[in-house]
Write a protein that binds this ligand. Structure first.
Ligand SMILES: *Cc1c(COP(=O)(O)O)cnc(C)c1O
Length: 343
């Protein structure tokens, strides 16, 4: 008998469902580098409309949408303000230096979130010694911060600082739909506060590939050239865009189920003597620290024996991510395995 894996390593591991595959097979396509793919255009327009921004750009990954936005907003000798564990700094291979030749001003966040006062204090005075502050970038939900969410008040006050200093504001919204579902915030508010937003379709929304960068029409036109030089101009990409459209239409509200299962996991973990601390769970990420008596490798290996996968997330730190391919019976099996580990 083959045991199916219960894979909590990331929400990127989901496979397209038969209904999503069907939508992909039905897609009308053309050459998108010639701007002739109707399905890519539909995805870009539908995503932009949700956030009240003018235009969108379909790209292979969230790393590419973020790095294109940073490249288009900045120039060499300038600086990006971001949180010190943000994805754009920590997990995009140093791309800010590589693609943009820009510096970073790193802020220590509260579970990844920074304040307007911290941002304002990091803006450089204009003189010959300093890089010029060219971009402020936020991440919501914050990955390293355990899926934490900003309130709209926090975002509004950071946006006020950005406007006052005339510095563009970018959002790494790889998991923005998790934030919207968890908080009940409106996507249109985000379009009012941010100049550009990067949205991932391949995380909780369950599409196999793809991210969309949103912004003004003129900005996205500039970004199209940068996507091309990065090798991200795709041809009959409508087959992939169709999965994204299907995901936007069918897989947003259900994120609430992932959030409920993440809270159930966190409650079970908090009850275990071998767990030292569980970060507050707001969305679909569960990050916790093991007691020293339970080495992380032992914990992961014993779960793996039962077909359950999670990731190591720093010394004695573990991350579980709930997603479309984790159902209640898999969750029950995992809760039983977590209790059994105490024996
Ligand atoms: C996953 C992720 C991205 C983009 O990742 P890709 O694997 O390049 O699509 C960007 N930002 C955050 C916060 C992420 O979690």
């Amino acid at each position: 008998m083959t045991v199916s894996l219960i894979d909590f390593r990331s929400d990127t591991v989901t496979r397209p469902t038969p209904a999503m595959l069907d939508a992909m097979f039905q897609a009308r396509v053309g050459d998108d580098v010639y701007e002739e793919d109707p399905t890519v255009r539909a995805l870009e327009e539908a995503t932009a409309a949700r956030f009240g921004l003018e235009a969108g750009l379909f790209c292979p990954s969230g790393t590419m949408t973020n790095q294109i936005a940073i490249k288009a907003h900045t120039e060499p000798l300038s600086e990006v303000i971001c949180e010190q564990t943000s994805h754009i700094y920590l997990w995009e291979v140093g791309g800010i230096a590589f693609h943009s030749g820009a510096s970073v001003a790193l802020l220590p966040g509260n579970r990844g979130r920074v304040t307007a006062a911290q941002v304002e204090a990091a803006i450089r005075p204009v003189n010959v010694h300093y890089p010029t502050t060219s971009l402020i970038s936020l991440e919501n939900t914050h990955n390293r911060g355990g899926g934490s969410c900003y309130s709209l008040e926090e975002i509004a006050s950071i946006a006020e600082v950005a406007r006052r200093y005339q510095i563009p504001l970018h959002l790494d919204g790889a998991r923005i739909f998790n934030a919207l579902v968890a908080t009940g915030q409106s996507a249109l508010e985000y379009g009012r506060y941010f100049d550009t937003i990067s949205v991932c379709l391949s995380k909780g929304l369950g599409a196999p590939v793809g991210s969309v960068l949103l912004g003004s029409r003129a900005f996205i036109q500039k970004c199209k050239r940068i996507r091309k030089v990065m090798g991200g101009g795709m041809r009959q990409a409508g087959f992939l865009a169709a999965a994204g459209l299907y995901a936007l239409e069918n897989n947003v509200e259900r994120l609430a189920d992932d959030h409920r299962r993440a809270r159930q996991l966190a409650e079970a973990l908090e009850a275990q003597a071998y767990v030292a601390e569980v970060l507050l769970v707001e969305t679909n990420l569960v990050i916790f620290r093991l007691q020293d008596t339970m080495p992380a490798e032992t914990f992961l290996a014993r779960l793996q024996e039962q077909g359950i996968l999670a990731s190591s997330f720093g010394p004695q730190m573990i991350r579980f991510v709930t997603h479309l391919d984790i159902d209640d019976s898999m969750l029950e099996k995992t809760l039983t395995a977590l209790h059994a580990l105490a024996q």
